[in-house]
Design a protein. Structure first.
Length: 177
């Protein structure tokens, strides 16, 4: 069976390594089209989904079979296995594309086709660098050391762009503590 936790963490590390550079390019405000879930697909959504699909294609080449259900691409079969992988490449793409530091990637591995079949759940807060999830009945939270630097950079640039004094949200938002 797929080692979902390790695969999903690798996906998260790849995204974290490139998210600041990708978002710094600009030009991401124009939608590319409409995703399978009905929402507009922006360049950041496509970028994130490409990373997920590249990783899952490697898993499939290593012999695993599963069905991918993604908010952007819809349903894609990798063989005829009973496993299902659910993906929201960027939850909060409006935030990501406008510089608001609250957006994440969510991935789940199911041992079937129902949410009650959850084997591994993984969420990475791409702006802050925390990984959270559930694997084998155990909860996990990991703070990426580089996240503190990125969080400060994103927070400063967003606050200055919107003329909001740093620290404004500290009392009400756990992410800034």
């Amino acid at each position: 069976m797929i080692n979902g936790w390790d695969v999903f963490q690798d996906i998260g590390r790849t995204m974290r390594a490139g998210v600041a550079e990708f978002l710094g390019r600009g030009g991401g405000l124009v939608p590319l089209g409409t995703g399978a879930g009905g929402d507009k697909t922006f360049p950041v959504d496509k970028w994130a989904e490409d990373i997920v699909i590249d990783a899952l294609e490697r898993v499939h080449r290593d012999g695993e079979s599963f069905t991918l259900i993604s908010e952007e691409a819809g349903i894609r079969r990798f063989g005829d296995g009973k496993l299902t992988i659910l993906v929201d490449p960027i939850d909060g793409s409006n935030n990501a594309k406008t510089g608001v530091p609250f957006f994440s990637t969510a991935i789940a591995l199911l041992n079937g086709d129902k949410l009650s079949d959850l084997a591994v759940g993984y969420v990475i807060n791409l702006a802050m660098g925390t990984n959270s999830g559930r694997c084998g009945g155990r909860a996990h939270t990991v703070m990426d050391p580089a996240s503190i630097r990125l969080r400060r950079t994103v927070s400063r640039s967003w606050h200055s762009k919107h003329r909001i004094p740093p620290g404004t949200f500290r009392s009400s938002c756990r992410c800034y503590r």
